[in-house]
Design a protein around this ligand. Structure first.
Ligand code: SAH
Ligand code: SF4
Length: 394
């Protein structure tokens, strides 16, 4: 099955195009009757096979077909007996999401809007760079965290994605990018930085991380799968216990006063508690695994040299890297992007204190694919109101 639909191939998507794949292909199977195998990690699939009297290694073979060879049709799984294939066909399906629209930025960034049922849609973004290809995936339809500078947050939450909907984004993108699943890996990194707060959907995200890292799954190394969180402390601890994966923390402010308004979950888990959880996270792992602290640069709000010094103090002695993200505007936002000189000065204060600091290049903003611009299509949202944001006037 070609997930891009019959009318689109990777090479004929014009730059800046917004293609609508209306009725590009019918739903593969009626919903409900079948279990989508994208939703099962190896442990679960092995148990499932054992329960139908099959050898567990069959689960490994099926996963290899799906994730290492890109096969979604049981008929094509040639080392599986006809009998087992028939049994699989009667209960399971390997079903990628349907494509709604596809866009390509002038810088090569690709964005897919994918249908997830109930009139909802999510966004998945591919960012090609010289030395890697990063796929940014969604974990929820919308987000309940209500961060003041984030367009996804402004929509509220509609629902959690299930594991299959999370994992299938990667499979879909790998197919759409036309890479060979075995040799030429177009997607080298996966980041949970699309729509949603992954740790607010922990039970679905954990098996997805396992499938991404599994040798029989996508086989990505633990450093190349990054969970990004606004700071749900108890789930940072659970993640540390359950799987070894890279972590990014959306900090955005060096003090509770400011973080309470920019990232409201801070009222529940203030900075000191968050930093303790981060220390526990890195203490358990090899020290080369820094936590990346994301810091959106908002003009006159969080970008002063004094705030950079406070941030440096906060991160002092921790295995940390700061990623400064120039704010990406969206309609009806009251924020402005910091001036480039302010961002540079901020980074220099951090570097002077021996903290690694990089500025994220803004990619795909001509197709609204940059951080915080992902809106998908969220219906029945719980609309939330912002508190007042303290903006310096001087
Ligand atoms: N919910 C998770 C992951 C998704 S957001 C989290 O918050 O970490 C991914 C990153 O984009 C986060 O660091 C987020 O704070 C940042 N972001 C959100 N809106 C943005 C905007 N308008 N401009 C720049 N970055 C933004
Ligand atoms: Fe949710 Fe992350 Fe946006 Fe905050 S920044 S509203 S946690 S998606």
């Amino acid at each position: 099955m070609d997930p891009t639909g019959p009318t689109q191939t990777p090479s004929d998507v014009p730059e800046g195009a917004n293609l609508v794949a209306s009725e590009a292909r019918p739903a593969a199977v009626p919903a409900g009757r079948f279990t989508n195998l994208f939703g099962m990690d190896r442990e679960r699939l092995r148990a499932e096979f054992a329960s139908i009297g099959e050898k567990p290694f069959r689960a490994d073979q099926i996963m290899q077909w799906i994730y290492r060879r890109g096969v979604d049709d049981f008929g094509g799984m040639t080392n599986i007996s006809k009998d087992l294939r028939a049994r699989l066909e009667s209960s399971f399906v390997v079903r990628p999401p349907e494509l709604l629209t596809e866009q390509k930025s002038i810088d090569g960034t690709r964005k897919w809007v994918l249908k997830v049922g109930g009139g909802q849609a999510i966004e998945t973004v591919f960012i090609p760079e010289k030395d890697r290809g990063t796929l940014c995936i969604s974990s929820q339809v919308g987000c309940a965290m209500d961060c003041a500078f984030c367009s996804t947050g402004q929509q509220g939450l509609n629902r959690n994605l299930d594991t299959a909907e999370i994992v299938a984004q990667v499979w879909f993108a790998a197919k759409a990018l036309g890479g060979d699943f075995q040799n030429e890996r177009v997607i080298s990194n996966v980041v949970f930085m699309g729509m949603g707060e992954p740790l607010a959907n922990y039970n679905a995200v954990l098996p997805a991380v396992k499938i991404l890292q599994d040798d029989f799954g996508f086989g990505l190394s633990k450093r190349r799968v990054t969970v990004s969180t606004s700071g749900l402390v108890p789930f940072i601890d659970r993640l540390r216990e359950d799987v070894d994966t890279a972590l990014a923390v959306s900090l955005h402010a060096p003090s509770d006063d400011l973080r309470n308004v920019l990232v409201p979950i801070n009222k529940k888990y203030p900075i000191a508690e968050l930093m303790d959880a981060c220390r526990r996270y890195t203490a358990q792992r090899d020290h080369k695994m820094h936590i990346v602290y994301e810091y959106v640069m908002l003009d006159g709000v969080n970008d002063s040299p004094a705030q950079a010094r406070d941030l440096a103090k906060l991160l002092n002695g921790m295995p940390a890297k700061v990623n400064l993200i120039p704010f990406n505007p969206f309609p009806e936002t009251r924020f402005k992007r910091s001036r480039p000189e302010a961002i540079e000065a901020f980074a220099n204060v951090l570097r002077a204190k021996n903290i690694l600091a990089t500025t994220r290049k803004t990619r795909g903003d001509d197709i609204d694919a940059a951080c915080g611009q992902l809106v998908g299509k969220v219906l029945n949202k719980q609309k939330r109101r912002l508190g007042d944001i303290p903006v310096r006037t001087a």
